[in-house]
Structures are given as structure tokens and as C-alpha cells.
Design a protein around this ligand. Structure first.
Ligand code: NB4
Ligand code: NI
Length: 183
């Protein structure tokens, strides 16, 4: 899990393959290990000790596996406004998204992209997603704001898209009308 694929590796630009159930032992461990990476990376001590970059999401192509699998772990917020979202998602799809656009105020960074690429990444403020868990149970959830943005970043990875593909090259900080910003 420490070896994250870097931009330039073709696996990051491929369409990932559907995962079949029941999961193989390897696929199950892949999901569990991706979540473990996020947990360890969000613990300041372990993050430093293992020289990791902190993450709130990770997609299988980022560990070199071209399969429709991703993990998301949003840390609990101080103000507790939004419910935290923790999931290992298998075969996730966005079934609907809001017209309302949103972007992270600080822009986005990706564990597979070494340099900082400034600019707003326009996304949907809310998404409804469907996915299977490691046991094959179907889930349909509606997310908004921060968790919704993370999930869109991860699902993009499964289709070979990187965050900077969405940044306006002419004007990286251009704003869509009524776009909301998430800290
Ligand atoms: C995925 C995110 C990039 C933008 C927003 C944020 C961090 C990532 C990439 C949307 C999704 C990983 C997967 C952070 C981070 C806030 C919470 C809790 C305590 C430190 C942690 C830092 F690290 N992005 N990194 N980038 N990716 N917030 N936080 N904090 O997670 O490439 O495809 O631990
Ligand atoms: Ni990423």
C-alpha cells in the first residue's frame, strides 16, 4: 500500500474492470488494505513513521490494480455538521448528481500527483451513489459537500480521470455561477 502509482503510469488512465462476487481473497484484502492505508495515514504519528501522505480516499488503480474498487474515510469534523462517511466501495456508480456545483476552497491534491496543481476543481455539490460492500450487499447513499467531493474524485480514478483534467487551463480559479465552496 505504500507504493502509490504515480501520474504517468498507464494504469491511472485506464477504465477499471468490474469486480465479480463472491470476492476473491485478494480482492477482499485489497479493499481492506486500502482502508487501512487511510486509517494509518490519518494518524499523525503513524503517518510520519511510515512516511505516508495523508489521504481521505484511495482508488485501486492508485495501488496498481485496475478494478472498480475505492475506499473513502472522511475524518469526523469538529463542528459535526456533516456525518462522516467510511466505506470500501466495490463497483461504485454515481446514479444522480446535483446541478448545484461545488469545489474545495483549497483545490485538490492527489496521492498519485506529486506536484501541487492550483485551481478549482468543479464538482457536483451532492451525489447519489450505488456500490457493493465486500460481502456483495448493495448500498445506495446520498452524500453532500465534502464527502460528495471525495467520492467524485475516487470514482474519477476508476475511469482514468485525474483531478487536474477538470481545472480550467485558461483560468484555473474561474467560478461557475452560484458555485459553492467547501473548506
Ligand atoms: C483525495 C482527495 C483530494 C480531494 C481534502 C483532503 C487530502 C487525498 C486525495 C478530494 C479527495 C487522495 C485519492 C487530505 C486531507 C483532511 C483530513 C485528517 C487527519 C490528515 C487529513 C488531511 F489529506 N485531501 N489528501 N488528498 N487521493 N483532506 N486531510 N485530515 O486524500 O489521491 O484518489 O489526517
Ligand atoms: Ni487521487
Amino acid at each position: 500500500m505504500k507504493d502509490i502509482t504515480r501520474d504517468g503510469n498507464p494504469v491511472l488512465r485506464k477504465q477499471a474492470e468490474t469486480v465479480k462476487f463472491p470476492l476473491s481473497k485478494e480482492d477482499r484484502e485489497l479493499g481492506q488494505n486500502m482502508m487501512k492505508y487511510l486509517e494509518v495515514s490519518q494518524d499523525p504519528e503513524q503517518c510520519k513513521k511510515y512516511h505516508l501522505r495523508a489521504g481521505v480516499g484511495l482508488a485501486a488503480p492508485q495501488v496498481g490494480v485496475s478494478k472498480l474498487m475505492a475506499a473513502v474515510l472522511t475524518p469526523p469534523e469538529e463542528d459535526g455538521k456533516e456525518s462522516p462517511f467510511k466505506a470500501i466501495m466495490v463497483n461504485p456508480v454515481i446514479v444522480s448528481n446535483s446541478v448545484q456545483p461545488a469545489a474545495l476552497t483549497v483545490g485538490e491534491g492527489c496521492l498519485s500527483v506529486d506536484k501541487d496543481i492550483p485551481g478549482y476543481v468543479p464538482r457536483s455539490d451532492r451525489v447519489t451513489i450505488k456500490y457493493q460492500d465486500l460481502d456483495g450487499n448493495e448500498h445506495k447513499v446520498r452524500l453532500k459537500h465534502y464527502p460528495a467531493i471525495i467520492v467524485q474524485h475516487e470514482i474519477d480514478h476508476l475511469h482514468g480521470t485525474l483531478f487536474y483534467d477538470h481545472i480550467d487551463t485558461e483560468n484555473p480559479f474561474s467560478q461557475a455561477e452560484n458555485e459553492i465552496f467547501i473548506d
